[in-house]
Design a protein around this ligand. Structure first.
Ligand code: DCP
Ligand code: MG
Ligand code: MG
Length: 365
């Protein structure tokens, strides 16, 4: 593969920064954005927090009660996540980013890869200028900061963007890639989670330099062909995964936690109604109908069960979605005899409704 220039853009403390944008008086205070479980009180997890809150040890994923404990002596602000608002901001930022890429890949609500090889004619200085220009544009349009990494592949670009957060630009030229990552701990490599880290540690591998020196065959026998190869190459600064446009969505789903565990269909039905209403409005507003419906339950002992049905002709009403979901759920409850903690619905085998999309685009652009 010829030498590439890959950029990774990640918005800083995204949900919390969105909250600061619409309420600038939050800027000097620790801000914690929470996803409440719906079970009352502080039950739920921290979605993200601004850097002022992070200084007290607040982290994404920790229980809300723990964050309150850490911030007990400070004037901190706890907010309920407003996902629709963040999605809207994200969509506008992505539209800015997309214009600057030869190939654009949206990875998550606040993160994207841009292949800019042609645009910069392979020149890293030009890429750095482009990164600064993108940062200015996002600041002018949305008042948001982001961090940008530039490197010869996706792995290096992502690690570069993490390297000087918030509001950083980090440029790693191809000949600097190996040296840049060598000192870092293996879990800084994208895709190395707690489990892989632990196995590597047992093998005496702590830094990425240690990993780069391993026998690739040994890594393959431990982790399988795909992960083993990935680890060996990435540690040596190599990764040939292309930046690729994401395809259309393949499914829509939503899952909720019951206020109280239950095994009675009459109890659970009302959650299913609400999920179906919400799902159907998302699916249809994006111009899709669907042929498959699945329900998923998580029991009080945390085991998961699913049931699904596929039809020859697409379903295209809320009533149809609700009645299929409820029927699948009653069957599941009868057969499994379990107490339910969470329930969810998924629609897939999507089919595009012609004509609908343009109307939607017109209304929302
Ligand atoms: N998010 C979440 N729960 C997590 C991690 C993230 O709800 N466990 C949400 C909230 C974040 C958003 O996704 O704002 C983007 O995730 P990032 O990992 O990019 O984290 P942030 O943008 O919040 O912070 P950073 O400045 O480190 O990028
Ligand atoms: Mg981010
Ligand atoms: Mg991110």
């Amino acid at each position: 593969m010829p030498e590439r220039v890959v950029m990774q853009v990640d918005l800083d403390y995204f949900y919390a920064q969105c909250e600061e944008v619409r309420n600038p008086s939050l800027r000097n205070k620790p801000v914690v954005v929470c996803i409440y479980s719906g079970r009352g009180g502080d039950s739920g997890a921290v979605s993200t927090s601004n850097y002022a809150a992070r200084r007290y040890g607040v982290r994404s994923g920790m229980p809300i009660a723990r964050a309150k404990q850490l911030l007990r002596n400070v004037e901190a602000v706890f907010l309920k996540a407003d996902l629709d608002y963040y999605d809207e901001v994200s969509r506008r930022v992505m539209n800015i980013l997309r214009k600057h890429a030869d190939i654009f890949e949206e990875v998550s609500v606040d993160e994207a890869y841009l292949d800019v090889t042609e645009k910069t004619k392979g020149d890293y200085e030009a890429a750095k200028e482009l990164a600064l220009k993108i940062k200015t544009e996002i600041m002018e349009a949305e008042n948001l900061t982001c961090s940008i990494g530039i490197g010869p592949n996706k792995v290096i670009a992502k690690m570069a963007s993490d390297y000087q957060k918030p509001n950083g630009v980090t440029l790693i030229r191809p000949d600097e890639a190996v040296g840049f990552i060598a000192e870092l701990s293996v879990d800084k490599l994208p895709g190395v989670g707690a489990k892989t880290k632990q196995i590597l540690e047992e093998m005496g591998v702590k830094t990425i330099r240690d990993l780069a020196k391993q026998d690739p065959q040994k890594l393959i026998s431990r982790f399988g062909l795909k992960l083993g190869n990935y680890l060996y190459n990435a540690a040596n600064g190599r990764n040939d995964e292309p930046v690729k446009e994401r395809l259309e969505p393949t499914q829509f789903s939503r899952i909720v936690t019951l206020k109280q565990d239950s095994q009675r269909i009459e109890e659970i039905e009302k959650y299913v109604d609400e999920i179906c209403r919400d799902l159907y409005s998302r699916v249809s507003s994006q111009g899709y109908v669907f042929k498959s419906v699945g329900v998923i339950t998580v029991s009080d002992s945390l085991s998961t069960c699913t049931r699904s049905a596929t039809y020859e002709h697409p379903l295209d009403s809320y009533e149809a979605l609700r009645s299929v979901s409820t029927a699948l759920l009653s069957r599941l409850l009868e057969e499994e005899k379990i107490k339910i903690r969470r329930v969810g619905v998924r629609v897939s085998d999507l089919v595009k409704k012609r004509g609908q999309r343009t109307l939607y685009d017109f209304l929302t652009s």
